[in-house]
Design a protein around this ligand. Structure first.
Ligand code: COA
Length: 672
């Protein structure tokens, strides 16, 4: 049984108990419908409290049922019966009420929530709009512009915000069930308001507010169908009778459910939750970690330290001298202060964090650390020195992690006394923001070491993806492959701004050449110079990057790179770069043919996919879904396209990209 019915006096208590998140799957819908019928028939029941077991109210429709044939009763039908119930239902909300979970609460006559509850209609994040009355009920309870904010951005609101706009009727400061029971006694002595669906007088928005929100949504979600459909549904919802609006909403929901975008978003949602599903390890509970060590207070080290501090861990940061330690501490403090300014943490938590953070130039301060993450300069010699010191000062059971992006972790591990406790934890910058964490497994790493790393990922609320040891792991290896392909395209006829335009039109936040300008061209130039002697001389090598650096064009920081930055930040196509590229094509006797944007994107995608397959064959990634999770979370591959590996499995439609004319790309060398 997933729905339980109890009675206290004349109040029925309905409890949904469907772990882990009380999703409204078929059994719940059927039992809820039966329970409603029993309550309606019971003359002794005057009111109903609806509550959910466990840590959360309900996460809505069961995402895992979406690709199965529909099974009656539909959620909409159950909720319409609650709308029209003769006895008032009171939703008692703890944790999250999301999607169908909030629609269920909206169908109830009243809603009260715990102070830490979150309420939202995040369907757009799955390529959908609410399908069980959300777009019809919500704007009958709160102003339409606020309803559009919640539905069109898919971002939940907290209990205080919900109360302020009129979405809930009260906040339960103490025990939720008791508060709901008290609330039930209170309402029985007064005339009941009509159900949301039948309200004639609805809250008004300020003039122009709805259009302003719709404009913001359109600007934030180019290329995506669901947010635009949400705007349309809400507009319609207030201009036609509710019954017609419900039918229109259901039709749009069914249509979107079949779309490539929704399938892609659902794929990523499930893939992100599956990355460690088959990893079964004992030996580390999430609260096993208390004190972290971070070596290096540069951008990456400071970001990692801040991420740990914000997650409630203590951090000791080690730098080579007191001046460097002070600079590292300042970087961390800046991140924490800005978290408070943005309302992400309270002043009290800020004060606690300050007390949990220590910097030192003495490795001995790490004696009590449970896990140490090294984030120093990418040089094998430097890393080995750090690990030798860690070997000497840390507890024998402490985990030693490296944040290297491409160095051989087996070699680092082998340089220590106990390689079993060494692992790679590859964060992405800014480390306190980016959700992806590549966990890189050297050959000798023990299960316990991996278990601790996974605990840390959970504690930091990161998406962990397991990767094998190789140059670049999953993310950087694929990036390096397609960057190389983009450079080939420059020699063959494209220009940087055309490649970047094709990528942003596809949905990437930034093109590859703008991204390189931002990162600075000199770092990879230095690396290429170091590798020059050992490079395969027969391999195709694109010299455009070297020529730019030789001309002092080191990227945005120097005002010029692949682009010109006249105001220091806006990239402008530069005829000088065009001339330089054409000169290189000529030097190599390559005939320039300007490709279409679609052909550019097709070539980039094929390269990502080919490298993805290579990574799979080599066992670097465990499965194709993990690669999609990495690409979406590391480099802004559009989530609504599902990732390169997912796209390969789909029949190409106009929703994806136009097939290009190029043959399979030349997947060879070029690793920098
Ligand atoms: N349907 C089915 N399963 C769901 C689900 C849903 N709507 N929402 C969450 N789950 C499952 C997850 O897949 C996960 O399963 P697993 O333990 O087998 O991996 C489990 O519930 C816990 O979810 P997770 O996201 O790992 O936990 P969390 O505490 O970080 O977040 C939520 C909980 C509810 C906030 C989050 O899962 C969420 O946002 N869910 C989607 C809500 C949504 O979009 N609803 C609208 C559906 S149209």
């Amino acid at each position: 049984m997933t729905v339980h019915l109890a009675r206290r006096g004349n109040v029925a208590i309905v409890t949904i108990d469907n772990p882990p998140v009380n999703a409204l799957g078929h059994a719940v819908r059927r039992e809820l419908s039966d329970t409603l019928a029993r309550i309606e028939a019971d003359v002794d029941v005057a009111a109903v409290v609806l509550i959910c077991a466990g840590r959360t109210f309900s996460a809505g429709a069961d995402v895992r049922e979406f690709d199965k044939p529909p099974a009656a009763p539909a959620l909409g039908a159950v909720l319409r019966a609650i709308d029209h119930a003769t006895k008032p239902w009171i939703a008692a909300i703890q944790g999250t009420a999301l999607g169908g979970g909030l629609e269920l609460a909206l169908a109830c006559r009243f809603r009260i929530a715990c102070p830490n509850a979150r309420l939202g209609l995040p369907e757009v994040t799955l390529g959908l709009i609410p399908g069980a009355g959300g777009t019809v009920l919500l704007p009958r309870l709160i102003p339409a512009d606020k309803a559009l904010e919640i539905i069109g951005f898919g971002k939940p609101v907290n209990a205080r915000e919900a109360q302020a706009v009129g979405l809930i009727d009260g906040i339960a400061e103490g025990d939720l069930l008791e508060a709901a029971m008290d609330f039930a006694s209170g309402i029985l002595v007064n005339p009941l308001p009509p159900p949301a669906i039948a309200r004639q007088v609805i809250p008004e928005s300020a003039p122009g507010a709805f259009v302003a929100v719709a404009t913001r949504i359109a600007a934030k979600t180019p290329g995506q169908h669901a947010p635009a459909a949400a705007v349309q549904a809400l507009r319609g919802s207030l201009s036609i009778p509710p019954i017609e609006a419900l039918a229109a909403e259901a039709q749009t929901f069914r249509h979107l459910k079949q779309s490539d975008q929704s399938r892609a978003l659902r794929h990523v949602f499930l893939a992100e939750r599956n990355t460690t599903r088959s990893v079964r390890l004992d030996g580390a509970a999430p609260n096993d970690l208390a004190m972290m060590g971070v070596i290096g207070g540069g951008t990456m080290g400071a970001g990692i330290a801040a991420a740990c501090l914000l997650a409630g861990l203590s951090v000791v940061m080690i730098e080579r001298d007191t001046a460097a330690a002070a600079a590292g501490a300042a970087r961390v403090s800046e991140i924490i202060a800005s978290s408070e300014k943005r309302g992400l943490i309270s002043a009290k938590k800020h004060a606690l964090i300050k007390r949990a953070f220590l910097t030192s130039d003495d490795y001995a301060a790490l004696a009590r650390a449970d896990l140490v993450i090294e984030a120093v300069f990418e040089d094998m010699g430097v890393k080995k020195q750090v690990f030798a010191q860690l070997d000497a000062v840390t507890r024998p059971d402490a985990i030693l992690a490296s944040n290297t992006s491409y160095l051989d972790l087996n070699e680092i591990a082998a340089s220590t006394r106990n390689p079993a406790r060494v692992i790679g934890l590859h964060f992405f910058s800014p480390a306190h923001v980016m959700r992806l964490l590549e966990i890189v497994m050297p050959d000798a790493a023990a299960d316990r070491t991996l278990a601790k790393a996974l605990s840390l990922a959970e504690r930091l609320r990161k998406v962990p993806v397991l990767a094998g040891v190789c140059d670049g792991f999953i993310a950087n290896r694929i990036m390096s492959a397609y960057r190389c392909e983009c450079e080939y395209m420059l020699e063959e006829g494209a220009l940087p701004w055309q490649v970047d335009r094709a990528m942003t039109a596809f949905g990437m936040p930034m093109g590859i050449f703008q991204m390189q300008d931002l990162a600075g061209l000199d770092i990879s130039w230095a690396m290429r110079k170091r590798q020059a002697a050992t490079r395969d001389q027969d391999a195709r090598y694109v010299e455009i990057g070297d020529r730019l650096c030789e001309a002092g064009r080191l990227g945005r920081k120097s005002g010029r790179g692949y682009y010109w930055y006249p105001d220091g930040k806006t990239p402008v196509p530069d005829p000088e770069v065009e001339a330089l590229i054409k000169q290189e094509s000529e030097r190599k006797r390559l005939r320039r043919i300007v490709p279409s944007d679609a052909a550019i994107m097709e070539r980039i995608l094929s390269t990502m996919q080919a490298e993805g397959h290579r990574i799979l064959r080599e066992g670097i990634a465990r499965n194709a879904d993990d690669i999609d999770v990495v690409m979406v979370n590391a480099f802004g591959f559009p989530r609504w396209r599902g990732g390169p590996m997912f796209m390969e499995t789909r029949v190409r439609t106009t929703d994806t990209v136009q097939p290009g004319t190029d043959g399979p790309p030349d997947q060879d060398q070029c690793r920098t």
